[in-house]
Design a protein around this ligand. Structure first.
Ligand SMILES: NC(=O)c1ccc[n+]([C@@H]2O[C@H](COP(=O)([O-])OP(=O)(O)OC[C@H]3O[C@@H](n4cnc5c(N)ncnc54)[C@H](O)[C@@H]3O)[C@@H](O)[C@H]2O)c1
Length: 374
């Protein structure tokens, strides 16, 4: 059985989510290869060693370049802050490794394109962590749309709101500086809802956006009473036009009190509507004109073993999956893409298209006008 040896860079929030998926994927899915948790890189040797122990990795290092160039690594998994993705991915590609990267792929579309072209020229596999599309409920949504059950899609309303920075006194972090994060909620959570719109409806051709920073100063973490200057957006709205003629609105906020993981969308077609709420991630609402007039109304579908991938987690319907399960599906895809040499999505090119929309939205806001994507 082919071995796929993982080198994980960064062990914070996402590094742990990836590690959980690496440890569980072979229990959940039949894999054609053997996943080996080989090496971890962190900013210091002690932390790297501690995380390797906790996450079940064989080796650790404080030097990510050592990991990237190690002959016993097949996949470089980038879970470091956004500004490091490009340098790490380009080094991994140059070393002939497959790259699994967290989103957003890069700080801007130019960097994302450079990474995409390098990956395509090297012929390595890439996968980007837009995990929400991996949910069996979202796969069901895609299936219903693809089979024409709601007719032609005419409208997509997509939101991704959270309140993790709603408190004006939340401490300063790398996410608030352009050199480390790029744009704010637009490329952080907005990127997920853009990718979802691309997945369910298709390419976006035009955008008209409004961005706002509500809390422009936040306290530094070091108790010095100093304030840090916030350099990117807290909330964003976009009107969009899709290549297939549908229109839509996309919205994201990191200051929306009460919203914890509110990735929410409504897809309206000529024969019905679908509604999804990530805070109830095993439910899909379907309204179809096929129902007799006196029975029409939104119907709640609970995902179960009849829906692809769900049965691998649980043989009983309606028991519900969780956030980490979507990462397990993502890692299953990564494994099969590499071992069976099948296409992966969203790859670097798909993630570049997300970065491109983010940049275009910022330009639209700056110039207060609709902008077409190149
Ligand atoms: N897909 C999702 O749902 C999702 C959710 C959260 C974050 N993310 C993405 O994951 C990435 C990481 O975010 P996070 O929330 O885990 O951040 P985090 O701050 O919790 O963790 C980042 C980790 O990277 C390490 N790191 C920093 N520089 C490093 C270096 N030079 N070498 C090795 N390790 C280094 C840090 O020490 C830290 O442990 C970001 O790109 C973010 O956008 C994705």
């Amino acid at each position: 059985m082919k071995q796929v040896r993982i080198g994980l860079i960064g062990t914070g929030y996402m590094g742990k989510a990836h590690a959980i998926a690496f440890r569980t994927v072979a229990t959940v899915f039949p894999l054609s290869g053997k996943l080996i948790c080989e090496m971890i890189a962190e900013v210091d040797a002690k932390l790297a060693e501690q995380k390797a122990e906790e996450f079940g990795f064989v080796r650790s290092t404080s030097d990510w370049q050592e990991l990237v160039n190690d002959p016993n690594i097949d996949v470089v998994d980038i879970c470091a802050p956004n500004h490091l993705h490009k340098e790490m991915a380009l080094a991994a590609i140059a070393a002939g490794k497959h790259v699994y990267s967290e989103k957003p792929l890069a700080l801007n579309a130019d960097d994302a394109l450079e990474m995409t072209l390098a990956a395509e020229a090297a012929g390595i596999k890439t996968l980007v962590g837009f995990n929400y599309i991996k949910n069996p409920t979202v796969q069901l949504t895609k299936d219903i749309i693809s089979h024409g059950e709601i007719g032609d899609v005419v409208h997509f309303r997509g939101i991704f709101n959270e309140d993790y920075l709603a408190d004006a006194n939340s401490v300063f972090s790398w996410r608030l500086k352009r050199e480390f994060s790029g744009s704010g909620t637009l490329s952080d959570m907005g990127s997920h809802i853009i990718n979802m719109a691309h997945y369910l409806v298709g390419p976006i051709t035009q955008v008209c956006a409004d961005l706002q920073t509500v809390h422009s100063q936040r306290p530094m973490a070091d108790d010095t009473n100093e304030m840090g200057h916030v350099e990117n957006d807290d909330q964003v709205h976009m009107m969009v036009r899709f290549a297939n003629g549908a229109i839509g609105t996309l919205e994201s906020s990191r200051i929306a009190w009460g919203r914890k993981n509110s990735l929410w969308f409504e897809v309206t077609g000529t024969k019905g509507t679908l509604i999804y709420d990530q805070e109830r991630l095993s439910e899909l609402q379907l309204y179809t004109v096929k129902d007799t007039k006196n029975h029409q109304g939104f119907r709640r579908i609970l995902t179960g073993p009849e829906h692809p991938d769900y049965a691998n987690f649980c043989v009983s319907a309606g028991h519900g999956l969780g956030y980490n399960d979507m990462k397990a599906v993502e890692v299953r895809d990564l494994m099969e893409g590499i071992v069976a040499n099948t296409p992966l999505w969203p790859d670097f090119r798909a993630a570049y298209q997300v970065n491109q929309l983010c940049d275009t939205a910022e330009l639209s806001h700056k110039e207060a006008r609709w902008v077409s994507l190149e």
